[in-house]
Design a protein. Structure first.
Lengths: 271, 268, 324
């Protein structure tokens, strides 16, 4: 067991090193995204703020609370981009036969799929996330404590796992459909609409689905509403932050099992 | 355009329709995702309007019509030219492509037109039905408004396409277009009124945006459709829209000839 | 015990049937017809330790599919592959630890970084002990001169150099079985020579079992004692190259140029062509040798010149492919 952890740890470090070297090979690429991603999220946030300024509140959430929600949501998005973005491109891996290489190496295939390349470009998403989050903290005069730091860490881990799990589940369908679909744009659209706004603006049926069927509610809305003390609808749980962590681990396990099944349908490329 | 060439363009147009129809999974996935976007916007406005009659002279019903129509427009306002130019440059076939007797950018235009036709049939109609049943029936305020909307819509289509075409010329200079394409996509999404109309923006900002081409892609046709302005107020805006259409066409022509010359000299 | 055992191996693919034209495209939106392709049907064979086996067949014969099932990439529809007695599906990690694989058309090297970085990563993935790793690199350097290119970014390597890099990458962890899928495709004469030399050497020095698919007959001639020919997913030939030649083309042709138009017959050879002063004889190799035949003919009549024609490996394989 200890030997296995050490093995995966060493390989992870080596992969990280290679990812850094590869990213440095193309500095222009990094700079491009460094412009693009912050613009996208900062303007997006600004437009929400304009509307809320005009209307007052949305589903009981005020200005600062929305910034808090938006900021943390972008941060977990950024983390999921760094670690799990490959899930978006699963269709490409399936059609081009890119899993051949992973299947030929004596390590877990899912581990190799996610961690052979770290997407360091994802860091460019972290910047606007942190900016908006800090702005929200100031607006609502968020009081920091050790417990709250731990809670936010747990929340981010859980949220990142849920996002990764959903990318993985959607991506795994490529094994069955055998087509390259760019799910990235769709997935992000779905997450943006459901994690950056209060879930209670949706009808209860939708809330129910997003709580139990597709656990997106746990990515930001439930834990954060508890953290900032806003009303959070019928389906909220007590201790939502820690539930988020559990939901994250659980959905990831389900996604990994689904992936394992999908992999047996893998057909490589060519004849 | 002589007859042989005309039929070549028609062929490109038709092939594109067939190609777009070929991916069933893509079609259903797209419809689902576009519906999610539409419903999210609708619920967003419903939640905001809770307990408020009109804001900025617009009530919730108008806002819902605005949302449905904007969703329908965004379904068909898709441009593939940027990706096609990118591929052609990446593969190094751009010089030989340009040597062909039919204009490369015209081919891309007809491809996009074909794509749009397929999208109208397979995506726009289902989304129109779903939107009408679940959110609001997008009735125009008057026949006159509908006609003006249609004129404005056609200009909007050209502005959108010319912007994309001008943008695609960057491929010949920039190394990686992907982030640039994202920037463009989000600028249009956020600053064209496709999700949030300019009325809710601070005055100084909406005044600036009214001078840029973005608002003439979504906001102006939609404003006309829901009857936000009197006809007299609309005419100068339609005038600006027309000017932008012409200006962007000019810029596109200029860039096109420059790029063609450059490629011919350097061989791509 | 055999290193590789292939037992009743079967692979079927399902592909979607696509309609043609506008009508077909609309129909595809609604219906979902599937068609089953039988890529591999009931293959059985064994490969012993230290063999070099060529796996050949026309395009689309199912040889890539078979190799991919053997190396554990594809799950068989039924049947199984045992490598060193282990099932390559159930014990994937153990099996691949002892497997090296090179796909000629696809590299496992990191395109953007220097070649050495890819090797370092593999060292960690396969947990190769540092001393062993350096020893292996040293051996490979002797054969392939890998040190010259180890600090070059992979994208700057020529195809031949990249292929050498890929071979080294596949052998770093000293696998006992090496799969090569078209290892010499697209290479120049020098490149092919280097690769073949490498395969021979590791086979002799390390006793590595090598299975290669190829369309290059030079590869087969120079490397392989054994041929497995597969077509339409069925094994149609399996045996040493000489045996195959003896079976498919057990004869040779002797072309004799005489001084005039007179000619003789011979009881053990068939005179199938005679015009002017040229005579062509076909004889079974088991009946008589060419030397003996020439001697016996020349005892009866003066011979000016002789040529011996033999079926080339090219001919043999073409005949085998068309045999159903």
């Amino acid at each position: 067991m200890f030997k296995t952890i050490k093995h995966y740890g060493r390989v992870t470090l080596e992969n990280l090193k290679m990812s850094i070297l590869t990213t440095l090979e193309y500095p222009a690429n990094m700079i491009g995204w460094l412009l693009s991603n912050p613009i996208q999220f900062l303007i997006g946030f600004a437009t929400i703020q304009f509307v809320v300024a005009e209307f007052g509140t949305i589903a009981g959430w005020g200005y600062g609370q929305l910034a808090f929600l938006y900021g943390l949501s972008v941060i977990s998005h950024a983390l999921s981009m760094i670690f799990f973005v490959q899930g978006w491109f699963m269709g490409f891996y399936v059609i081009e036969g890119e899993f051949d290489r992973y299947l030929l190496r004596p390590m877990n295939v899912l581990y190799q799929f996610f961690f052979t390349g770290f997407n360091l470009i994802g860091i460019t998403d972290l910047i606007p996330g942190i900016c908006v989050f800090v702005y929200g903290c100031i607006q609502i005069e968020f009081e920091w404590s050790v417990y709250r730091v731990l809670a936010i860490l747990a929340l981010l881990i859980g949220a990142t796992l849920i996002r990764g799990a959903i990318y993985l589940i959607i991506g795994t369908t490529s094994f069955f459909t055998k087509s390259v679909n760019d799910f990235g744009a769709y997935t992000q659209e779905l997450f943006d609409k459901t994690t950056m706004y209060p879930l209670t603006m949706y009808p209860e049926g939708v809330q129910l689905v997003l709580t139990y069927l597709i656990p997106i509610g746990w990515v930001s809305f439930y834990p954060i509403s508890e953290l900032v003390g806003v009303a959070n609808g019928r389906f909220a749980w007590q201790g939502a932050i820690w539930v988020t962590l559990g939901v994250g681990v659980l959905t990831f396990l389900v996604a990994a099992l689904f992936f394992r099944w999908g992999l047996t349908k893998y057909e490589s490329a060519g004849n | 355009m002589n007859r042989a060439r005309g039929s070549a363009y028609f062929y490109v147009y038709k092939t594109r329709i067939l190609k777009s129809l070929a991916y069933r999974f893509d079609v259903y996935g797209n419809i689902v995702m576009q519906c999610i976007t539409m419903f999210a916007s609708a619920f967003f406005w419903k939640a905001l309007y809770a307990g408020q009659e009109t804001v900025q002279g617009v009530n919730v019903e108008d806002m819902l019509v605005y949302t449905v129509m904007s969703s329908l427009m965004s379904v068909v306002f898709m441009t593939g030219i940027e990706r096609r130019v990118m591929q052609s440059v990446k593969k190094g076939t751009v010089a030989t492509d340009m040597l062909k007797p039919i204009n490369l950018f015209s081919i891309y235009f007809f491809e996009d037109l074909g794509n749009m036709t397929a999208l109208i049939v397979q995506n726009m109609i289902p989304i129109f039905i779903i939107g009408s049943l679940c959110i609001a029936v997008p009735k125009p305020v008057s026949m006159e408004a509908f006609l003006l909307f249609f004129i404005s819509l056609i200009m909007a289509f050209f502005i959108n396409w010319f912007l994309a075409a001008c943008f695609s010329m960057w491929t010949f200079t920039a190394i990686n277009m992907d982030p640039m394409l994202q920037v463009k996509k989000h600028l249009i999404r956020l600053l064209s009124g496709s999700i949030i109309p300019m009325w809710f923006f601070p005055d100084w900002l909406s005044n600036i945006l009214n001078l840029l081409p973005f608002v003439y892609i979504y906001q102006l046709p939609l404003d006309i459709y829901i009857g936000k302005y009197e006809t007299a107020e609309l005419l100068p805006r339609l005038g600006i829209q027309f000017i932008w259409t012409v200006v962007l066409f000019g810029v596109f022509q200029f860039l096109q000839s420059r790029v063609t010359k450059k490629v011919m000299v350097q061989g791509g | 015990m055999a290193v590789i055992q292939v037992e009743h191996l079967v692979k079927d693919y399902k592909i979607a049937k696509k309609g043609k034209g506008l009508k077909g495209a609309v129909k595809n939106l609604i219906t979902n017809e599937k068609q089953v392709i039988h890529a591999v049907r009931d293959l059985n064979f064994e490969i012993e330790k230290g063999e070099i086996v060529a796996f050949i067949g026309p395009n689309g014969a199912g040889k890539s599919t078979t190799v991919k099932m053997m190396s554990g990439i594809l799950t068989p529809t039924s049947g199984q592959v045992l490598i060193n007695g282990k099932n390559s599906q159930k014990n994937r990690k153990e099996v691949v630890q002892d497997l090296g694989v090179v796909f000629g058309q696809r590299s496992q090297l990191n395109w953007d970084l220097r070649l050495g970085e890819s090797f370092e990563l593999l060292r960690h993935i396969y947990q190769i002990d540092k001393k062993q790793y350096e020893e292996n690199l040293e051996i490979m350097n002797d054969i392939l001169g890998i040190n010259e290119i180890i600090n070059t970014p992979v994208r700057q390597l020529s195809l031949g150099q990249r292929m050498r890099g890929d071979l080294v990458a596949a052998m770093l962890h000293s696998p006992s079985v090496l799969f090569l899928d078209e290892p010499t495709i697209g290479l120049d004469v020098d490149g092919k020579y280097a690769i073949r030399k490498f395969i021979k050497e590791i086979n002799q020095v390390k006793g590595t079992t090598v299975i290669l698919t190829t369309h290059d007959l030079g590869d087969i001639q120079e490397l392989c004692e054994r041929l497995i020919i597969i077509n339409h997913g069925v094994l149609i030939e399996d045996g040493p190259l000489n045996e195959l030649i003896d079976r498919i083309a057990p004869y040779k042709n002797l072309i004799v140029e005489f001084y005039d138009e007179t000619c003789v017959k011979h009881p053990k050879a068939e005179l199938f062509f005679h015009e002017e002063n040229i005579g062509k004889y076909r004889f079974m190799k088991k009946d008589i040798t060419a030397a003996q035949l020439i001697q016996e003919i020349s005892e009866q009549i003066a011979i000016k010149d002789v040529t011996i024609e033999e079926a080339t490996i090219d001919d043999i394989i073409r005949i085998a492919y068309h045999k159903e």
